[in-house]
Design a protein around this ligand. Structure first.
Ligand code: PRX
Length: 682
């Protein structure tokens, strides 16, 4: 499956310098380890597990599973019977055993240049222990779910690790999501407590997060679900009382006028609680397969899925992928620009880097604020060696040319990474040549919320790179490409990307709905985990992700379900029916193009268009705001009433070649839709 010899032509290699000390220094070594990882996972992962602390050893098989729905319930178990605590492994072990107490865990860089903070491993451990005690004092116990809705501040990491320390299950909701989305997630996971902040700035824009959190809690109450406690971090506050105990410096953009609604029956001030809390807290020893966290991801039915990850497998997998994919070395300064509210931030800001005792930059701001050089300014400021971002950010910055990049030295950079969506070769080559000055390999990492960590990815010193290809599987991962009939295709081919066996970090279930887990990922092709992505394999065995093949869109690296957007649109009183499709976009990858059929007698106008955009933003969040809304007096449907999205996608792109449309019930709607196309989209 992996070629015997790596190709020599049309490929890019890591530098000689990088190869010298790399954990996996050559393609031959990668192959050797890969074969071992797949043929004998217990031995491969067992050796890695020795670097971690186990309160008690595992008793069952190292990796036990069933991936075949026809043979019974789907399950994956890794190191069953072992007990450990991830927070202990990430912090106590680094401080006490590895003597990294004084090492910087995070350089926090605020939205405003100059707003900064340094946190060592020892300080982080202290804060986490204190906040663990705070949570306990609020009655949070092992297994309880805690919702976290916070900006990119050190306290977000503290909150998540405090949950982990006491065995509670965190459910982080990206701070860009709406009150409605937060309410839905709180209720689905039946959280007992919410942790949030007063507000934050995204560039120039002030977000009053507490208002949104309050709105969400009110919506929960209206639906009969009561959250008793909300802990509020005063991030923007200039309130001296709050700042006495805060580790955050007063933000440069502190906002004295920010109105923070306060409900004394529910709200508690983070800082006041921390003041009295002890900085010693014995970790709760958890079983390998105890739940670690829930993270919601879009589902094709419109209702988000609570992806559940468990303790030991996720720890081993994120630690190992981080170490090898970024070839982590002790003196590295690593920076992942993702938000912790997404899986990339969970796995590659918090868990993977801290498990390796890494020093990371934690960035609150935007790549374009105060100007489009911000990223490279930060790279030089902290001497970043390993840099991980999204193709959409690369494409955005590319538009501004080379000068904003070349103003900065970037000499420290060694490895560049991308994640979240397919990267077009042009953007890859710009990233490689201009940002990395042809010195730094680009690791295009393919993975999902569900996979926990990288599954198809180059290793920077070992894998010859092809721009736009995620190359080969990580250790323990066995990909295959299937055709529509579920047959495995050999050699160069294109079809459904599936995985044949589990790796330690794969999700275990959809929270509260195991049947949905089985149906979504295992039913279409029994015996395989189905990613939902299309993929091709070239003559050299390289994998190329071609994008989603279900009703999902990838806008700026964020998955959205068309059903979710459509249901937000039809909730508007003027809308009878809606259909959302993706339209290629030069920066965002895909943009959201929606068709709406209005109720009888209603006219489409700009006011309605603005209302509809606002409606989607309020229901889901700003990331889901439609780029285009088109009036569609009729939608192209089959005789059985199914909307032909394939046709709508072509209309959105103004592509006249529609292929076979003989199954359309009324072909005349198509001409009408072409005529009505949104002018700005033409
Ligand atoms: O379609 C693939 C795309 O993002 C999806 C997963 O989205 P999410 O669960 O939000 O996680 C994103 C961060 C891991 C995948 O099914 N995707 C992710 N990485 C890549 C990618 N598509 C192509 N190349 C990638 N490197």
């Amino acid at each position: 499956m992996i070629p015997d010899k790596a190709p020599k032509e049309d490929v890019f290699h890591g530098s000689e310098d990088l190869r010298r000390n790399a954990h996996v220094p050559s393609f031959e070594k990668y192959k050797e380890l890969y074969v071992q990882s797949v043929e004998n996972p217990a031995e491969f992962w067992g050796a890695i597990a020795k670097d971690f602390f186990w309160k008690s050893q595992h008793t069952g098989r190292f990796l036990d599973y069933n991936f075949d729905v026809t043979k019974g319930e789907i399950f994956v178990k890794c190191m069953e019977g072992a007990t450990t605590n991830i927070c202990y492994n990430l912090l106590d072990l680094n401080v006490h055993e590895r003597k990294l107490g004084d090492k910087v865990a995070f350089f926090w860089e605020g939205n405003e240049p100059g707003d900064e903070l340094t946190v060592t491993y020892r300080e982080l451990l202290q804060m986490v222990c204190q906040f663990s005690n705070v949570l306990k004092s609020q009655g949070v116990k092992k297994g309880d779910r805690v919702s976290i809705y916070m900006p990119m501040v050190v306290e977000l990491v503290v909150a998540m690790l405090a949950c982990v320390r006491i065995g509670a299950v965190h459910s982080i909701v990206f701070a860009g999501f709406s009150a409605e989305s937060l309410c839905e997630r709180i209720m689905d996971s039946q959280c007992s407590l919410l942790i949030t902040a007063d507000g934050f700035y995204r560039g120039e824009k002030l977000i009053n997060l507490k208002l949104l959190a309050d709105e969400a809690l009110q919506k929960c109450r209206d639906k009969g679900f009561l959250i008793q406690t909300c802990i509020v971090l005063k991030h923007l506050s200039t309130d001296p009382e709050a700042l006495v105990s805060s580790h955050s410096p007063p933000a440069k953009r502190a906002c004295p006028d920010l109105e923070v609604p306060w409900n004394p029956d529910v709200d508690l001030c983070w800082h006041m609680l921390m003041k009295g809390a002890s900085d010693e807290c014995e970790p709760e020893w958890c079983e390998s397969e105890d739940p670690l966290f829930i993270l919601y991801t879009s589902g094709s039915t419109g209702k988000p899925k609570g992806v559940l990850h468990t303790v030991s497998g996720y720890m081993l997998y994120t630690a190992t992928t981080f170490k090898l994919v970024f070839d982590h070395q002790p003196d590295d300064i690593y920076w992942c620009t993702a938000d912790i509210g997404w899986i990339t931030g969970h796995s590659y800001i918090t868990y993977g880097p801290l498990a390796n005792g890494a020093t990371s930059v934690l960035f609150e701001g935007l790549p374009t604020y105060p100007d489009v050089s911000r990223m490279w300014d930060i790279v030089d400021k902290y001497h970043v060696t390993k840099f991980y971002t999204a193709p959409t950010a690369i494409r955005l910055l590319m538009k501004f040319g080379n000068e904003p990049v070349q103003k900065y030295k970037r000499k420290s950079l060694k490895v560049l990474g991308t994640v979240g969506e397919p990267i077009n070769p042009e953007a890859w080559l710009w990233y490689y040549s201009v940002v990395g000055e042809k010195r730094c390999p680009v690791v295009d990492t393919f993975w999902q919320t569900e996979t926990g960590g990288h599954v198809l990815t180059p290793l920077p010193a070992a894998t010859p790179l092809k721009p736009g290809s995620a190359t080969f599987p990580f250790f323990g991962v066995v990909p295959a490409i299937l055709n529509e009939s579920g047959e495995e295709l050999e050699g160069p081919s294109e079809g459904y990307l599936v995985f044949k066996q589990p790796w330690p970090g794969v999700m275990r279930t959809v929270y509260g709905n195991h049947q949905r887990f089985e149906t979504t990922y295992f039913k279409k092709f029994p015996g395989y985990y189905v990613t939902g992505d299309g993929c091709s394999r070239d003559k050299d065995g390289y994998y190329w992700i071609t994008g989603r093949i279900d009703d999902m869109l990838n806008v700026s690296g964020h998955l959205l379900s068309t059903a979710e957007v459509e249901s937000a649109l039809v909730e508007h009183k003027a809308v009878a029916e809606a259909a959302a499709v993706g339209r290629p976009h030069p920066v965002k990858g895909e943009s959201l193009y929606c068709f709406v059929t209005l109720k009888d007698g209603l006219a489409f106008n700009q006011t309605l268009e603005a209302e509809l955009k606002k409606q989607v933003r309020e229901k889901i969040g700003a990331i889901a705001t439609p780029d285009y809304i088109q009036n569609a007096p009729g939608l192209p449907k089959t005789r059985s009433g199914k909307i032909m999205r394939r046709v709508l996608r072509k209309i959105a792109c103004n592509e006249k070649d529609l292929g076979d449309i003989s199954t359309l019930a009324d072909a005349s709607v198509v001409d009408q839709l072409f005529q009505n196309r949104c002018c700005s989209a033409v």
